[in-house]
Every structure is written in C-alpha cells, then in structure tokens.
Design a protein around this ligand. Structure first.
Ligand code: SAM
Length: 238
C-alpha cells in the first residue's frame, strides 16, 4: 500500500478533498493510506509550542528544528524508505515526472511549513527535499501537500479507470493535452471539429497531436523548447 504521512499543525484539515472522489474511493479500497500527524504532539512544553521568533529579528515565527526533527523521526525513521518532502515556495517546482516517480515508490512523508517557514537546520539534518507547487505564496503547506498527494494517488495502479488513463494527459509526453468536445453536436452555433466525428481514427490521432503541439507552442514556450530539443523525459540536472 502506498502511504502518505503529513506532519502539520492542522491535522484536522485532512483528508479534506483527499477523502472524496477518486482519492477517497482508492483510500477506502486500501490502495493508499494517509496519516495526518499533529506537530504539536512533539512539543515538550505545556503550551505545546512548535515555533519561535526568527533569529536576527524580523516579522513572523519559524517552526522549530528540534520539534520538527522529533516528529520526522517518529513518523519516518531512517529505515522507512519514503522520501521526506518539505512544502516550500523556494523548493524545486513539482512536475508530472517527479509525481510519477513518487507514485512509483512506497509513499511520501510531507512536512507542512507554516508562518515564515522552518528552521533551516532541520532541512539538511533530516534530508528534506523542498518542493514548490508554483510561484505564489500560500499561507501554509497543507494545500500544497494535498496537491502533491492527489497528483500521486491518481497514478497508483487501480485508481483511474481505463477510460481516464494518464497516458495521454497533459505533460505525459511533454505536451499540453488536445481540446475535448462532447454532445451536443452544435453548441450556440459552434460545431464539433468535423474530423472528430469522421470515424477516421488515424486522422483523429493526427489532429489531436497537431492541436497538442499548437497549444504547447502558443501557451508554454518553455515546455515547447524542451519538447523540440528532444530532452523530454531526460533526467533534469541536480
Ligand atoms: N516566508 C516564506 C517565503 O517568503 O518563502 C513563505 C512562508 S508561507 C506563508 C508558509 C508555508 O506555506 C511555507 O513554509 C510552505 O510550507 C507553504 N507554502 C507557501 N507557498 C508554497 C508553495 N508555492 N509551494 C509549496 N508550499 C508553499
């Protein structure tokens, strides 16, 4: 079973959306499991403090290295084998390739930052991999953890139906996905492209490929550059 453990000061936020739809069903079906661990359980004072003021001054609070390290050691000792991730806007941007690699492993341990972030020393001391879900700032790592876990869970064997196979999705071949249509045939004067109702599977596949390339070229020149360089799927440097 694929296992996700989340270390957070808001364990009640979980499973949240991960308890519904595909992920919720898969969890009920025993394909994966989720444990939300309360960081405050690893505090040692009677106020259950997990944070303190930043060394050097400045606004906000910082999650303490000692409290976090105790939580990580309890949840995922060295023999655990799961990667330890830290949600962080300065982390490496999450990609579908990284998601696929995480889904192929035994699971993840995700530390949710809060306030100004976490004491830098715990990142190296516990070998945390910093992961960002985009160039914007959330109030905490919980939503980022849910995004990451949701993206992994849908790739686990048995979670997606055959009809929703991930093989043709955006990013799987380095391109954005082609456009979709369904009934009615005419919507407010707009028709479905005639090729899609031609019954000619070869032409449909060629049209979809051309549309995927056009959309990627127009909307994501960064992905298009990688695609045309033939580097898609290659291991990104360090
Ligand atoms: N002071 C930090 C900075 O400027 O980079 C922002 C801290 S943010 C208010 C609190 C926490 O939310 C972070 O420690 C991180 O865990 C999480 N977070 C915020 N934005 C994120 C993002 N784009 N990706 C992943 N986690 C994020």
């Amino acid at each position: 079973m694929w296992r996700a453990s989340v270390i957070t000061i808001f364990p009640d936020m979980f499973p949240g959306p991960l308890g519904a739809s595909l992920a919720g069903k898969a969890r009920a079906g025993g394909i994966w499991d989720l444990a939300a661990v309360d960081l405050r359980d690893f505090a040692t004072d009677r106020h259950r403090s997990v944070d303190d003021t930043p060394a050097g001054g400045g606004p906000g609070m910082v999650l303490r290295a000692d409290v976090l390290a105790r939580a990580i050691d309890a949840v995922a000792p060295d023999t655990d084998g799961r990667p330890r991730l830290l949600t962080s806007p300065r982390g490496k941007p999450l990609t579908q390739a990284r998601v696929a690699a995480l889904a192929a492993g035994p699971g993840v341990v995700v530390v949710c930052g809060r306030f100004e972030g976490v004491d830098e020393r715990v990142i190296a001391a516990r070998n945390l991999e910093e992961v960002s879900i985009g160039d914007y700032v959330l109030s905490g790592g919980e939503l980022a953890a849910m995004v990451l876990i949701d993206a992994c869970v849908r790739l686990l064997p048995g979670v997606m139906g055959k009809e929703a196979s991930g093989a043709e999705e955006s990013f799987s071949d380095g391109l954005l996905e082609y456009p979709h249509y369904t009934r009615p045939q005419i919507f407010e004067g707009r028709d479905i492209p005639s090729i899609l109702v031609s019954g000619d599977h070869g032409r449909v596949a060629a049209w979809r490929r051309a549309e995927a390339e056009r959309l990627t070229r127009e909307r994501r020149p960064d992905l298009w550059a990688v695609h045309t360089s033939g580097m898609h799927g290659a291991q990104a440097p360090g």
